[in-house]
Design a protein around this ligand. Structure first.
Ligand SMILES: Cc1cc2nc3c(=O)[nH]c(=O)nc-3n(C[C@H](O)[C@H](O)[C@H](O)COP(=O)(O)O)c2cc1C
Length: 248
């Protein structure tokens, strides 16, 4: 089985998105999958122009020639499971991830059919293998509902993409994992382990259980503690940088 992870964070390997994605892929590899990561921020992906040429003029082919999308769409076709990993940016996926998803329009056809009681576009390429899909996300705030728009969006996208959607794993307060690890390394280890286990289960069992999902999103600290911690880090960072600035 081939598992392809798309990292939609502009911070690529430096971000929390990659931390959870790599744990997931490590678990998937231990269950026997061949895994690969695409750092979308490092790829050249032009914007969709909305010309519909890929549907009507040259079916299945985009008008853009000199970018990385042809290669990425080929990689998708060779995969069995796609992992979309994006941090929450302004309550949704990043612009990088959205841009990539829009450029997958050539994968669909202009015709319309009814699927799951809803009008949808049939996919291109008969007999292509049934893809599985997983979503991973992290955000700065602690409330679970910060993920609601992103999760709703990706669930809808999964239905249109006709994939077997295994669901999402979320990590609130992602940037605070290392802060908490200094005081309570065991708590953070069990969170990392949950993403790892999810990757293993997704490949070995074709599903991710509620217990693993819950462990991945386990609370890091109370809201009051979060406010004090974040405000004090923000203040000391501002002071640190202002001390480094040359006098104007
Ligand atoms: C432009 C921007 C918008 C963001 N919007 C949100 C948001 O709406 N809600 C939230 O909880 N965190 C938000 N965050 C915080 C990120 O989700 C958080 O820092 C996350 O760890 C970034 O992922 P990365 O570490 O992989 O880059 C935002 C960060 C940036 C830079």
């Amino acid at each position: 089985m081939k598992v392809l992870g798309f990292n939609g964070s502009p911070r690529a390997k430096k971000g929390i998105t990659d931390r959870i994605l790599q744990q997931f892929l490590k678990g998937a590899a231990e269950a026997g999958a061949e895994t690969e990561t695409v750092y979308l921020a490092k790829k050249k992906i032009k914007f969709c122009t909305g010309c519909f040429s890929c549907w009507l003029v040259h079916p299945g082919r985009c008008i853009h020639k000199n970018d990385d999308m042809d290669e990425l769409r080929q990689m998708m076709r060779r995969s069995d499971m796609l992992v979309y990993a994006s941090p929450v940016y302004i309550d949704g996926i990043t612009a990088i991830m959205k841009n990539f998803m829009e450029r997958c329009m050539p994968n669909a056809q202009p015709f319309v059919e009814i699927r799951d009681g809803h009008t949808r576009h049939p996919l291109r390429g008969k007999g292509t293998r049934q893809l599985k899909m997983v979503v991973l996300s992290t955000c700065g705030f602690g409330e679970r509902d910060n993920f609601d728009p992103l999760l709703r969006h990706m669930e809808a996208a999964a239905k249109n993409m006709k994939v077997d959607y295994l669901g999402a794993l979320i990590r609130p307060m992602g940037p605070f994992l290392d802060v908490v690890a200094q005081k309570d390394p065991e708590k953070v280890r069990s969170i990392d382990d949950a993403f790892h286990q999810a990757g293993f289960d997704a490949v070995a069992k074709g599903e991710i259980g509620d217990a693993v999902r819950k462990a991945a999103e386990a609370p890091l600290m109370s809201r009051d503690e979060f406010i004090v911690t974040l405000n004090s880090i923000a203040q000391s960072e501002i002071e640190k940088y202002s001390a480094k600035k040359p006098d104007r």
